[in-house]
Write a protein that binds this ligand. Structure first.
Ligand code: FES
Length: 503
């Protein structure tokens, strides 16, 4: 197939010239998330940092181009183990694992090799373990599932995700209906320039060039929490910074003139973010202005600069549970914290920084759970505002989780969500940070800037799902809070997060 030799990346050629949507764009041109992985002459390559001219005359295999029987077996394995939730990262991971599998054979890859392969990827939903299990299932000859209730699985995924999320092998093949995949091929494309204005062009390649996009970097500046502790002599203190949700599918939407914009939450996976994403209204406005469908896409850097973060706090508590919790001014956050800790005085503070949201996973009440566990000196049961209950213990042996959240509906999906939430909580407490400059703009702009704990460093997570006949509610947020508290206890309750990995 011939395409112009104009300096485009392989990803740009595949998605935007050839319309191949199974190759995903999570951070281009950073080359850090692995979503755009393809095979070049059988070897995995991150296509957003591979110049198209470098593959002239070579064989490129996309997720769609994998051997159909093997792709179906991979999809079945990912679905059966809960190794794919939003499904945005999965096609790239599948391509790399298929290559590794072909190279080493059924029994040839040990966990170290597998983790080394996965280290080229980010999955924000699953917490890695179920991907290990998908690898094992692909190789151990397990018969495909025949009697799983995928409608129940989808219902549980939707409850946990807080938005639509379908569970099926198709989703693992990257067919989650993502907005930027479903746009008409002739849609105009709108991206932001560095001044924050929308630039519209006939293609993404052209729009990004016209916009003068400059690749963001990470900073070496100090990611210190921004709020000062309240004055006082406290038994327990905690300071946190903004936290980047780091969902893999950046905000996207498209709209036809006079139509309804597509949701940036096509198959979930944003952990409470994107609920206030600007892209839908921009797509609607630009489509009406131009009289043509318009596709609106944020880059990774745009998403970090403009997307909602977990609000920072600084809290001091006395042994009796009274004290002061300062939090970056955020709509609705005081009510959430006051409901979880009526004895705390909540002070909202104006602080220059990125947008924050009380909708981010367990924002405010997870921090309260951490403070209460620290006062008790031991992990406490956590009850979420929705009534879900979770307990967690973190030790050198790993993370133990017990959850009760109504009818499980599908234990595979619920367990996967709990492992993902445990990973996210552990990663936040020990490792994640977002450095913000004095002007309030994030300085850490790459998807690897935030310190997300990788597969080799993720502790083993064991999940017990307690039976219940009550109405299903999301359990993973309660797990997130319980694991955050247990992890903080495990590392000695240092005042400032991230705490650093346990010795
Ligand atoms: Fe991996 Fe959502 S399933 S990022």
């Amino acid at each position: 197939m011939a395409v112009p030799d104009d300096g485009a990346s392989l990803l740009e050629v595949l998605r935007d010239r050839l319309g191949i949507r199974s190759v995903k764009d999570g951070c281009s041109p950073q080359g850090q998330c692995g979503c755009c992985t393809v095979l070049v002459d059988g070897s995995p390559r991150v296509s957003c940092v591979t110049p198209a001219r470098r593959v002239r005359g070579r064989e490129v295999t996309t997720p769609d181009g994998l051997d159909a029987t093997r792709a179906d077996r991979w999809a079945e394995a990912f679905c059966a183990t809960g190794a794919s939730q939003c499904g945005f990262c999965t096609p790239g991971i599948m391509v790399r694992l298929d290559s590794l599998s072909q190279k080493v054979g059924a029994d040839g890859a040990d966990r170290t090799q597998l983790d080394r392969a996965l280290a080229a990827h980010l999955c924000r939903c699953t917490g890695w373990h179920t991907i290990h299990e998908a690898w094992d299932r692909f190789h151990d000859g397990t018969e495909p599932e025949s009697n799983r209730d995928l409608a129940g699985a989808t219902e549980r995924a939707t409850v946990e995700s807080g938005g639509p999320q379908v569970v099926s092998p198709d989703m693992a093949l990257g067919r989650g209906g993502f907005a930027d995949d479903s746009a008409p091929p002739d849609a105009l494309v709108a991206v932001l320039n560095p001044r924050g204005d929308w630039v519209v062009a006939d293609s993404l390649i052209e729009a990004r060039r016209l916009s003068g996009k400059v690749q963001g970097r990470r900073t070496t500046d100090d990611p210190a929490p921004p709020l000062a502790l309240p004055d006082g002599s406290w038994t327990v203190c905690l300071r946190t910074s903004w936290v980047e949700p780091a969902y893999l599918e950046t905000d996207a939407s498209w709209c036809a003139p006079g139509g309804q914009p597509t949701t940036p939450l096509a198959n979930g996976g944003a952990f409470g973010a994107k609920t206030v994403s600007e892209v839908e209204e921009v797509a609607r406005r630009l489509a009406d202005e131009h009289g043509r469908p318009v596709r609106v896409l944020l880059s990774r850097e745009d998403t970090v600069r403009r997307g909602a973060k977990r609000p920072p706090i600084a809290a001091g508590l006395h042994q009796d549970g009274s004290g002061v919790l300062r939090v970056a001014r955020t709509t609705g956050i005081t009510e959430v914290i006051a409901a979880a800790a009526p004895d705390l005085l909540v002070e909202e503070v104006d602080v220059v920084g990125p947008p924050t949201s009380a909708a981010i996973r367990a924002a405010g009440w997870a921090e309260v759970a951490m403070l209460q566990a620290a006062l008790a000196g031991e992990p406490l049961p956590v009850t979420a505002p929705n009534g879900a209950e979770a307990r967690a213990v973190v030790s050198a042996a790993g993370i133990e989780v017990v959850v009760r959240c109504g009818r499980p509906l599908d234990e595979v999906v619920l367990r996967s969500y709990c492992i993902g939430a445990a990973h996210m909580a552990y990663s936040w407490v020990v490792s994640e940070s977002l450095t913000v400059g004095p002007d309030g703009v994030p300085l850490d702009l790459t998807v690897r800037s935030f310190g997300i704990v990788g597969p080799a460093e993720t502790p083993v997570v064991r999940v017990v799902i307690e039976p219940s006949d009550s109405h299903p509610v999301a359990g993973s947020d309660a797990v997130f809070a319980a694991v955050a508290a247990a992890t903080w206890l495990h590392v000695g309750t240092p005042t400032d997060l991230p705490a650093g990995s346990p010795a």
